[in-house]
Each structure stands twice: as structure tokens, then as C-alpha cells.
Design a protein. Structure first.
Ligand SMILES: Cc1cc2nc3c(=O)[nH]c(=O)nc-3n(C[C@H](O)[C@H](O)[C@H](O)COP(=O)(O)O)c2cc1C
Length: 169
């Protein structure tokens, strides 16, 4: 198994993004960074890491993992993705949450969109989102085109010429 997809999520949107990516990469292994037993990185050539964004920051478990594994990760074919509802802040979110070393090493970065579900979040979060983003209803803003582009860019060197569609779709 060559591809490992690691994700950090609070309410499941980043997991859903990770699952959508995994569906397009045969044999990819998925793991929640909050769970024990992260597979040894040495077993994988391709590593994709994603987190949702809260108040401009990735989740703590993602921060910790990135800090602890920076040296190994920069030697991999690395893909980094973020889930959130402010695509216009993509550049800023990547710059402030990942070291320049990792960003340089990453083959692809992508802001893949996100979900807001007022029924899942707590009262305070609902209040903040209502006040700051004027959002009160369920919103699914996943960007399927970006997910596709992300996978294609990350995996391009593994695909035989002319077989891109067959491999990815
Ligand atoms: C309290 C709160 C703060 C948030 N802050 C941001 C933010 O700063 N930038 C952004 O793009 N999205 C923000 N979001 C949207 C989340 O990133 C989005 O809902 C995401 O899909 C959640 O993913 P998860 O379920 O994997 O945690 C925020 C959402 C909540 C509830």
C-alpha cells in the first residue's frame, strides 16, 4: 500500500474530504490523526494530510503530527489539504499553518471546501458562525473540481500516459 491519507476533523467534514480522495486512489489507507495507531510513515511513498480550519488554525492533532514528523514528511510525495468555508483565505491559511519547508516540499496543496451543520456544532460555535459569517442553515460547500484536481496533481507520476481517467475516476 503506497498512499496514506491522514486527516484531522471535528465534525466529520475533513473525514469526508479524505474519503472522497481515498475513493479515487486505489489501495489508499485512511487514518484519523486523533486515533492511536498511525501506520508507520516508512511504509508509504505518498502521504496526504488534511485538516479542517477553526478560527484560522488547523486542528491540534494535525499541528502536533506535522511538528513531530516534519523531517520524514518533507522526503515524501506530500499532499496537503484544508477544509473550511473561506476559500478566499486559502493562501493565508496554508502560510500560517504549515512551515515553509513543508509547503515547498508539498507536491500539491488544496483548499477543498467544507460543511457547516448547525445541528452538529455547539451553541457557542453556532452563535459565532451566525455573528461572523451570518450563517444559520446547513451548508455544504465541498468543491468536487478541486478534490479531483488535488488527486490528479498528487498522483500524476503514478499514472501511465493516457490512463489518467481510468486510474482516477
Ligand atoms: C467555530 C467555527 C469556526 C470556524 N472558523 C473557520 C475559519 O476560520 N476559516 C474557515 O475557512 N472555516 C472556518 N470554519 C468552518 C469549518 O472549517 C468547516 O465547517 C469545516 O468543514 C469543518 O470541518 P470538520 O467537520 O472536519 O471539523 C469554522 C467553523 C466553526 C464552527
Amino acid at each position: 500500500m503506497k498512499t496514506l491519507i491522514l486527516y484531522a476533523t471535528k465534525y466529520g467534514a475533513a473525514r469526508e474530504a479524505a474519503e472522497r480522495i481515498a475513493k479515487k486512489i486505489p489501495g489508499a489507507k485512511l487514518h484519523d490523526l486523533k486515533q492511536e495507531g498511525i501506520p508507520p510513515l516508512a511504509n508509504f511513498e505518498y502521504i496526504i494530510i488534511g485538516s479542517s480550519i477553526y478560527f484560522g488554525s488547523i486542528r491540534k492533532e494535525a499541528k502536533t503530527f506535522l511538528a513531530q514528523n516534519a523531517n520524514v514528511l518533507k522526503e515524501k510525495t506530500l499532499g496537503l489539504f484544508l477544509c473550511g468555508l473561506q476559500p478566499e483565505e486559502e493562501k493565508q491559511f496554508f502560510a500560517s499553518n504549515f512551515s515553509s519547508e513543508l509547503l515547498t516540499a508539498a507536491k500539491v496543496t488544496g483548499f477543498l471546501g467544507g460543511i457547516f451543520d448547525p445541528e452538529k456544532v455547539g451553541f457557542m460555535e453556532r452563535f459565532v458562525i451566525k455573528t461572523v459569517a451570518k450563517l444559520t442553515e446547513y451548508l455544504n460547500r465541498f468543491d468536487d473540481g478541486k478534490i479531483e484536481e488535488f488527486v490528479l496533481t498528487e498522483c500524476l507520476d503514478r499514472i501511465d500516459d493516457g490512463k489518467i481517467e481510468e486510474f482516477v475516476l
